[in-house]
Design a protein around this ligand. Structure first.
Ligand code: HMG
Ligand code: MG
Length: 298
């Protein structure tokens, strides 16, 4: 079966923009977030409190939070890697954070300057302090379906590392296909590994990048297995600066089109969303890679 309703976790302002080389003015980011809220999205990942030299595009995190028109019923999670990031996020008044781990050693080193083991030492105090402060914490796990340096990643390892993140106190774990290599059968195998490890499927979300054009098929495979939170980015923006082969996320418009066809509720006004992505494409000077955006706004 399929879930009755899907929660769309919109990552356009964070994952979507973090890899843009030309700095997007904070006013444009704020208008983007406003328009996404107007279009009915209720989870808007807003930015990251990471080292500004590591991700220069998101160096304006404080200014962004200060200028944000926080809507009732909309949550604005932010990425936080470490204690320093959490202090910054708390000072900015955030209510929801996400830590982000790697299933593989090479990406842990490249993305977090740590080993798989060291990343837990970094996250553990972050999650406990965040929870004491009343924040909700999501966990991301990258390279769940393959790593550009290490190749195949064992699903049992993914489940083990992912469950350690949940065990720290994360309310949800998002399974990242950072470089977009997964296919639906692979999604089934990874979710089966979590099932064998005893993980409740309603604590899992999926995060597909669309490098090989499989993101939508992978999403459908996950929905059929009971996942009901799906990460996507408006217009299909995105990529990870520390994983060169990564392209944009699953486009939110492509997801919404599929959910409409399946009769699954999502709460998003597709025309308003397409108009937002077309506007953003104009700001970035590049057409959206989303098939649905081009079909509707084309
Ligand atoms: P490091 O260089 O090892 O940091 O980086 P450090 O702890 O050694 O500290 C060095 C200096 O950085 C110190 O300053 C710290 O204060 C400062 P100094 O004493 O030298 O003046 N510093 C900070 N400043 C501001 N904010 C901070 C912060 N932390 C330390 N938070 C670090 C380690 C984790 C900081 C670095 O590796 C980093 O920022 N990484 C972030 C990389 C990133 O954002 N990647 C993209 C997001 S992940 C992703 O896209 C995947 C995902 O979408 C899922 C998927 O697709 O799979 C989520
Ligand atoms: Mg990502």
């Amino acid at each position: 079966g399929l879930p009755e309703r899907v929660t769309i976790w919109e990552v356009g302002a964070r994952d979507g923009l973090q890899n843009e080389s030309a700095v997007v003015p904070v006013e444009v980011k704020l208008e983007f977030l406003d328009r996404l809220a107007d279009a009915g999205l209720t989870t808007l990942e807003a930015t990251s409190f990471v080292h500004p030299k590591w991700v220069p595009q998101l160096a304006d995190a404080e200014a962004l939070l200060a200028g944000l028109d926080r809507r009732a019923g909309v949550r604005y999670p932010v990425l936080v890697p470490n204690d320093k990031g959490l202090t910054r996020a708390l000072d900015a008044g955030v209510e929801h954070i996400a830590i982000f781990a790697s299933a593989t050693e090479t990406f842990a080193k490249r993305n977090l300057n740590s080993s798989v083991e060291e990343q837990f030492a970094m996250f553990e105090p972050v999650v406990s302090r965040a929870r004491e402060a009343g924040l909700e914490v999501r966990g991301y796990l990258s390279m769940c379906f393959g790593d550009p340096w290490e190749g195949a990643v064992d699903p049992a390892t993914v489940a083990a590392v992912g469950n350690r993140l949940l065990g720290l106190g994360c309310s949800q774990l998002s399974l990242g296909d950072t470089i977009g290599v997964a296919t639906p059968g692979h999604v089934e195998r990874v979710l089966a590994a979590f099932g064998e490890a005893g993980t409740a499927v309603d604590s899992l979300a999926v995060h597909f990048h669309d490098t090989y054009g499989q993101a939508l098929s992978n999403t459908l495979a996950a929905l059929r297995l009971g996942v009901s939170t799906v990460d996507s980015s408006a217009g299909g923006l995105g990529g990870c600066p520390y994983a060169e082969s990564a392209t944009g996320n699953l486009a939110t418009e492509d997801l919404v089109w599929m959910l409409d066809g399946l009769g699954v509720e999502h709460g998003v006004d597709l025309d308003a969303l397409v108009a937002t992505s077309a506007w953003m494409a104009g700001r970035l000077g590049r057409p959206s890679p989303s098939r649905v955006v081009n079909a509707i706004a084309g």
